[in-house]
Design a protein around this ligand. Structure first.
Ligand code: SF4
Length: 444
């Protein structure tokens, strides 16, 4: 998973790097290891890539140096592979271009090798392919040729040294991608609508799976280059996307509220004193659970530091001495109480077990009833979401009751798969549910 954005100004006065910077900050949850911006200044492509978070990586000097009224950006969850950060990827020959990518571009490596192109990683291979194909004629035909070899799970935004911007959403539509504008001033594409909101752009639509947009100084053209076979990632709604985003026409916040209602109807806890969320994804689940059951919601935890998903983790020693970067429980919210604890997912079970232990042993909770807003995660994700090996997935091996015992909860419940599908409100056949079922879209 990555977060990508592209902005196309229709006036050369725009300094688009600053807007891309804010857009990337809104997409930070999609990748925290590295970030980069590339712009076009009318003569050449410029690029700055940095390790770490967007607001720490880019300062005034970097943004000033990125001249131009057109630009793309990417936040990435993968640490750079040996060398310096290099996303968006660059291809120089035969056509100079920069490319930001979200999803699985693994097949681009094979396609590039078959054409005799050298490329280090899949995204670099895709940039090299696109450079070759775009140099040879009609942009849409070039995208069509390449898209047919990508397997359907890859979105990209490319910026060329001819001053074009191209956006494409793979025909499976696994990853979200939206388009919007700021009046007649600029056009915008991004992984999630929250990135458009923060820069004042108006959301217009989702890109349809298999659809491409071409931005030039004279027009915005749109074309279906592949037949849509939608398999929207269900986990985006549970965990990956921001709650203020609207993806595939569905408000993530509303889906999460419906998940909380489903949890309440599937597994209420008689006589519980309060409902607490593990921040912050699970907060809407807990709010809706509380609304549906009439049990008061409390604030059970405070996060220390910024929201960290993968970048910085305490060492084993720091964990041993009790460094608890993520969550500090609030004793008064749970001491002597029968608590419903709502979280977004359980992967290995260790975090949930630690949380329950701390709540009971150190904070004095009388009972801890765990409710999870995701169905059982039993399988890996082949589309770039980091899920541990099946061997490590607690749900792949134990029943709900057994997991409850392992995490030392008084009772334990995962949202049902049907509950999730109903909460999302899209047809089951249009969703990827692979990590919950082990069945993946046929392209793989
Ligand atoms: S396997 Fe899971 S995380 Fe991966 S795309 Fe499918 S639903 Fe999303």
């Amino acid at each position: 998973m990555a977060g990508i954005i592209g902005l196309y100004g229709y006036d050369t006065a725009w300094k688009m790097a600053r807007f891309i910077y804010y857009g990337l900050m809104a997409l930070q949850h999609r990748g925290q290891e590295s970030c980069g911006i590339s712009t076009y200044d009318g003569e050449r492509l410029l690029r700055e890539c940095r390790a770490g978070m967007v607001d720490q990586a880019f300062g005034e000097a970097e943004l000033e140096a990125l001249r131009g009224w057109i630009g793309i950006g990417q936040v990435d969850p993968e640490p750079p592979n040996g060398g310096p950060p290099a996303k968006p990827s660059f291809a120089k020959c035969p056509l100079g271009l920069a490319l930001a990518c979200d999803g699985s571009a693994a097949r681009a490596l094979k396609a590039a090798r078959e054409r005799g192109l050298s490329a280090g990683d899949p995204q670099g291979a895709l940039a090299a392919l696109l450079s070759r194909e775009l140099a040879n004629g009609d942009p849409f035909e070039a995208i069509e040729r390449i898209a047919g070899e990508l397997g359907g799970a890859c979105n990209f935004i490319a910026l060329t040294e001819r001053g074009e911007m191209i956006a494409y959403r793979g025909e499976l539509g696994i990853k979200p991608m939206v388009i919007g504008n700021f009046g007649f001033d600029y056009g915008a594409v991004a992984s999630e609508s929250c990135a458009l909101d923060v820069i004042g752009a108006e959301l217009k639509a989702d890109l349809s799976p298999g659809e491409a947009y071409l931005f030039t100084p004279w027009s915005i053209e749109r074309r279906k280059v592949r037949e849509a076979r939608p398999r929207y990632c269900a986990f985006e709604y549970v965990y990956l996307a921001r709650p203020d985003s609207i993806i595939n026409g569905k408000s993530v916040y509303e889906v999460r509220m419906r998940i909380g209602e489903k949890l309440a109807s599937e597994s209420d806890v008689e006589g519980a004193d309060s409902v607490l969320a593990v921040p912050e994804t699970a907060i809407p689940f807990a709010m809706a659970f509380s609304n549906a059951t009439g049990k008061p919601i409390g604030m059970g935890f405070v996060q220390t530091g910024r929201r960290v998903r993968s970048a910085i983790r305490p060492t084993q020693f720091e964990r041993l001495v009790g460094v608890q970067l993520k969550l500090n429980p609030i004793r008064a919210a749970m001491a002597g109480k029968r608590v419903v604890l709502i979280d977004d997912s359980v992967v290995r079970g260790t975090t949930t077990k630690n949380t329950v232990k701390v709540m009971r042993n150190r904070m004095g909770a009388k009972e801890v009833h765990v409710r999870i807003g995701s169905p059982r995660i039993i399988s890996q994700c082949p589309f770039g979401i980091e899920v541990p090996d099946r061997d490590e997935l607690i749900a792949a091996h134990l029943s709900e009751e057994e997991v409850g015992k392992v995490v030392e909860a008084d009772t334990f419940h995962w949202l049902s798969l049907e509950g999730l599908i109903e909460a999302i409100g899209l047809p089951r056949g249009s969703l990827c549910l692979g990590c919950f079922t082990g069945e993946y879209p046929e392209a793989l």
